[in-house]
Design a protein around this ligand. Sequence first.
Ligand code: XMP
Length: 319
Amino acid sequence: DWTMASFRQESVARIREQVGQGRVICGLSGGVDSSVAAVLIHEAIGDQLTCVFVDTGLLRQNEAEQVVTMFRDHYNIPLVHVDAGDLFLGELKGVTDPETKRKTIGRLFVEVFDREAAKIEGAAFLAQGTLYPDVIESVSARGGPSAVIKSHHNVGGLPEYMKLKLVEPLRELFKDEVRALGVELGLPPPFVGRHPFPGPGLAIRIPGEITPEKVAVLQKADAIYLEEIRKAGLYDSIWQAFAVLLPVKTVGVMGDARTYEDVLALRAVTSTDGMTADFFEFPWEVLGRCATRIINEVRGVNRVVYDVTSKPPGTIEWE
Ligand code: XMP
């Protein structure tokens, strides 16, 4: 009889057995998976765990603060918060190719993380929130053509010079199971129910060159979109919803003046594991409200479009 409560107990026992008296570093991304992994491991080994949160500056609006508050104040889990936004945006300057963006972010992430990890004395283990679909995708990517489609940097990302052993307590779980485990561990349901978010973050939702200004515009628009989705009671029916800031300007009118500003695409899909997905059928008035609010409230955007591509043939993200 398999329940989350028994999975929790068995995992705690397994983590204790694997780790012994060793110190564990957990890379927090701000997302649900690594947070659930961290809380589970903390339950198993307490202060032998230190979390390192590399803040890329590419998270959704206010998300970094939420993670820090939750871990430090609510759970009392030792947390190193590295505010690396300037570094990431600096290195991404002029980078337009999607794979180069991913590789740049992956490399920086490892560098920053490694530097912080080296300061944690006696660390022998590295914890990650790897899920079953991540394992499958990276395995199939090694041999198949999907390897050239996208490189996922959150799997097997151990640099040679970091001789840490991996602790991956979520390796057998699907996303919905991780959420159930999160609730079982006492994480707030709205946090646990948050949509998946890619490691490279908003960088792959800004086709073309990324600038701090574009990141700020996208964060604002994305927050409005998600707020309207929540207000309409649709958040939990959607697997992922997000905005994409296009490198395209179009003409509009504002009052009696002509505008020439960026186009924002809205995306929302249903899915069970992210491997396939259907575009979400919004009530038109919800989309209309989003468009009106975004154009009125976000400087620099004068047109909003909705993506009706399913996966396959599209991917969920635009890059
Ligand atoms: P795609 O765009 O491939 O996305 O249909 C499937 C799921 O994976 C997420 N995704 C990523 N996650 N690093 C990640 O950690 C990545 O490079 C990456 N690319 C896509 C995407 O958000 C969706 O949930």
